[in-house]
Write a protein that binds this ligand. Structure first.
Ligand code: AMP
Length: 279
């Protein structure tokens, strides 16, 4: 596996690969890699000739400085995991390679930016689009892979690609879960054993709502999910919402594709999860 820390070295290598007509697949990550990330690499390997993974803990998408500071950075273990699955290229830039001083960025993302994760984490999606745009410029991939785990992020990035007339194809890959349903997340390592058991409430409630979807009206599903989450000790609910999967606007018609999304704090760790209800 080639490891590059500068855009110029990366671009020199990728230019030579593209000259051989290789299709470049790209998986951006913030590291602390788990099987969710690695599944994206596997999808990329199926759909591209050369796979680039980036690891960059992007400061502009964190609205809580403590969250940024505490974000896990096990770089050596990450490199080993990527080597073990035959990843071709790792892009591992330092912060000053990606950002100059006092850089400005704003992209008009409409209401998608103000709801759900956007409402809870002001500025988060400006930071996400800022870095993914920079990474797309550096890698210039043909195709890029993102997890459904961050469903709203995928919608935001598709919107960014449309606004910027980007040629990059954006593919959404399924959520990888532990055997008991917990969605894999780099933040799970912050959970104590007790908190980890508590965190299972999120995927359990999503599963239950999916099971009851046919039988109960939407307001009833919404009410019972919220009640279950609010009465689970140790879970501080941020939101549970059933939304249209096409634009994340409120769901009114059960015949349209719908998605349930949840965010909650368990101990000091903020967790998100979601499930398509009628795929
Ligand atoms: P992150 O390192 O958290 O920025 O995530 C990098 C990519 O991995 C994003 O596209 C995430 O949606 C994706 N991802 C994170 N967790 C999972 C998971 N459990 N299953 C599938 N993809 C995931």
């Amino acid at each position: 596996m080639e490891i590059f820390r500068t855009k110029s070295e990366l671009s020199e290598f990728l230019t030579s690969q593209k000259a051989e007509n290789k299709k470049i697949g790209f998986v951006p990550t913030m590291g602390a890699l788990h099987n969710g990330h690695l599944s994206l690499v596997s999808y990329a390997q199926l759909h591209a000739d050369l796979v680039v993974v980036s690891i960059f803990v992007n400061p502009t998408q964190f609205n809580d400085p403590a969250d940024l500071e505490n974000y896990p950075r096990p770089v050596e273990a990450d490199i080993k995991k990527l080597r073990d699955i035959d990843c071709d290229v790792l892009f591992l830039p330092p912060v000053n390679e990606m950002y100059g001083q006092n850089e400005m960025w704003h992209i008009e993302l409409g209401n998608l930016e103000n709801i759900l994760e956007g409402a809870s984490r002001p500025g988060h999606y400006q930071g996400v689009t800022q870095i993914v745009n920079k990474l797309f410029q550096a890698v210039k991939p043909h195709i890029s892979f993102f997890g459904q785990k961050d469903f709203q992020q995928v919608m935001i990035l598709r919107k960014m690609a449309e606004i910027m007339s980007s040629p990059v194809k954006i593919v959404m890959c399924p959520i990888i879960r532990e055997h008991d349903g917990l969605a894999l997340s780099s933040r799970n390592i912050h959970l104590s054993d007790a908190e980890r058991s508590t965190a299972l409430a999120l995927s359990r409630v999503l599963t239950l709502i999916k099971e009851q979807f046919k039988n109960l009206p939407l307001p009833e599903l919404q009410r019972s999910a919220e009640e279950m989450l609010r009465t689970t000790e140790g879970v501080v609910l941020d939101y549970f919402e059933i939304r249209r999967a096409s634009d994340l606007e409120p769901a009114t018609d059960k015949n349209l594709p719908l998605i349930a999304l949840v965010a909650a704090q368990v101990g000091k760790t903020r967790l998100i999860d979601n499930m398509l209800l009628n795929p």
